[in-house]
Ligand binder design. Structure first.
Ligand SMILES: C[S@@+](CC[C@H](N)C(=O)[O-])C[C@H]1O[C@@H](n2cnc3c(N)ncnc32)[C@H](O)[C@@H]1O
Length: 269
């Protein structure tokens, strides 16, 4: 199982769903009684669900550290440790079972959807990004192209479909459970960095300049088509780009906009 740090989840979900919740409308959150958020991580989506629904929200995750973080970060939700393939709940225990960025990490998303259907008496939903379609616009000229190179190398090496996005519909259709597929809606999570820079933005720039962020994904990249020599080239260009980011930050001239498309797919059991 791929592991995620608390810091990574807070950073990458910052501001998500704050600008628009229109893509969540088909979930009819205002009339839900009991919602399960599977692979809840630090509870970033769980908090949104609890804010929009009068019902009880339960967060479940296989990582005990993240479950503890979710309990601290989202006190309005109940938290339970558990595997998406063997949920510790009886049949029909919820009227909505949902996940966000979980299926992209599973080798067989349809198997998890079958388990979601077992514990839901009404809706099952998946909010999945298309990490192959991320768009970056930066005041540092090389940043967009380098991030695309790194992303493409990662996509080629990773074992699961991290570009699942709207294709989650196919995973619903391939499940043994019978779903009536409702609509799929798109939500672009846009994050901008501009002066004054947050601590997180400064830390992210430092991780670029040291190459630490890229190094986290080195093994996955080498699993794909990237050679070790190509990785070393990418890393030295990446670090130079990171130094340019820091230089522009010092002059308060650095600006970056990133848009990650997420797709909300909803099925009725
Ligand atoms: C990318 S994170 C998404 C977290 C959260 N849903 C969010 O959007 O911020 C994926 C989460 O799925 C969890 N996870 C991965 N495999 C799992 C499994 N088989 N059962 C339950 N949780 C799992 C990870 O521990 C992690 O918290």
């Amino acid at each position: 199982m791929r592991e995620f740090s608390e810091d990574y989840l807070h950073r990458t979900r910052e501001g998500m769903w704050d600008d628009s919740r229109a893509a969540l409308e088909p979930l009819a959150l205002e009339s839900r009684e009991r919602i399960l958020d599977v692979g809840c991580g630090t509870g970033e989506l769980s908090r949104v669900l609890a804010a929009e629904s009068p019902g009880e929200v339960v967060g479940c995750d296989a990582d005990p550290d993240l479950i503890r973080a979710a309990a601290a970060h989202a006190p309005a939700i109940a938290t339970v440790a558990g595997d998406a393939h063997r949920l510790p709940f009886p049949d029909d225990a919820f009227d909505l079972v949902i996940c966000q960025a979980l299926l992209i990490n599973l080798p067989d998303p349809s198997a998890a959807l079958d388990e979601f259907a077992r514990v839901s008496r009404d809706l099952v939903a998946a909010v999945e990004p298309d990490n192959g379609a991320v768009e970056v616009d930066s005041s540092v000229g090389a940043e967009d192209a380098l991030e695309r190179r790194a992303r493409d190398a990662y996509l080629a090496g990773v074992q699961t479909d991290v570009a699942l996005g709207a294709d989650a519909r196919e995973a619903f259709a391939a499940a043994d459970a019978e779903f009536e597929l409702l609509e799929t809606r798109r939500y672009d999570h846009v994050r901008t960095i501009e002066p004054p820079y947050s601590e997180g933005a400064v830390a992210a720039a430092r991780r670029k300049a040291t190459g630490a962020g890229l190094a986290d994904d080195r093994e996955t990249m080498l699993e794909g088509t990237l050679t070790a020599a190509e990785y070393d080239d990418l890393r030295s260009e990446w670090r130079a780009m990171g130094r340019d980011v820091i230089e522009q930050m010092e002059a308060r001239a650095y600006r970056r906009r990133e848009a990650v498309p997420f797709f909300v797919t909803v099925g009725r059991v």
